[in-house]
Design a protein around this ligand. Structure first.
Ligand code: GRF
Length: 199
């Protein structure tokens, strides 16, 4: 059974969707540990209540390299094979990425490369796009920029507000993240430049 390490900073609904997919047999994996840089993250409390190892490694006032080293140690202690960022509001240091080469995924609420960074749904809505969506990608050293594993598109309706659009995008995030994890764990792929080639 492949072991996942989930990193989150907030609500944790993507983490819950991954846990649900495992529980329902749609994703063959185990959540080895949930780590948050914020001790008060709701997702960490949920993880605890669900019986997972839930670890806070506060980042405030801690040097970035030191914090990531602590995170990497914790992931290794739990024998993590694949790291899943799920609303983890930090850029990873090259040192952490090197410890998990091509084994860190992120979910972002836009059709990358459009609208990287914060408030992606708001950026998309304000830009007036007709199609929004979400992206699961491998994590590299740049923000929201690694090779794309999976995307889902969501139409922007005339009646949409930022909230209703975000809500519809989130439902797609919950649907594709576990599918993308399953696909990556299945193997038979390689990275060619920016592209993931499925063999
Ligand atoms: C999601 O929209 C995700 O795409 C982004 O941060 C948000 C996290 O939400 N990276 P949640 O904590 O999973 O509910």
């Amino acid at each position: 059974m492949r072991r996942l390490g989930v990193l989150l900073s907030g609500r944790g609904s993507n983490f819950e969707a991954i846990a649900r997919a495992i529980g329902e047999g749609r994703l063959e994996a185990a959540i080895a540990v949930v780590i948050s840089n914020k001790a008060e993250a709701a997702g960490l409390e949920t993880a605890r209540l669900m019986g997972f190892s839930a670890v806070a490694i506060p980042s405030k006032g801690v040097e970035r390299a030191r914090h990531d080293a602590l995170v990497a140690d914790e992931l290794e202690r739990h024998g993590v094979d694949l790291v899943c960022l799920a609303g983890y509001m930090r850029l990873l240091t090259p040192a952490l990425i090197k410890r998990y080469p091509e084994r860190i995924l992120n979910i972002h609420p836009s059709l990358l490369p459009a609208f990287p960074g914060l408030d992606a749904q708001k950026q998309a809505w304000e830009h007036g796009v007709r199609v929004a969506g979400c992206t699961v990608h491998l994590v590299n050293e740049a923000l929201d920029a690694g090779p794309i594993v999976m995307q889902a598109a969501v139409p922007v309706l005339e009646t949409d507000t930022i909230e209703s659009l975000s809500h519809r995008i989130l439902a797609e995030e919950h649907r594709i993240y576990s599918q993308a994890i399953a696909r990556v764990l299945r193997g038979g792929w390689r990275v060619d430049g920016r592209r993931i080639v499925w063999e």
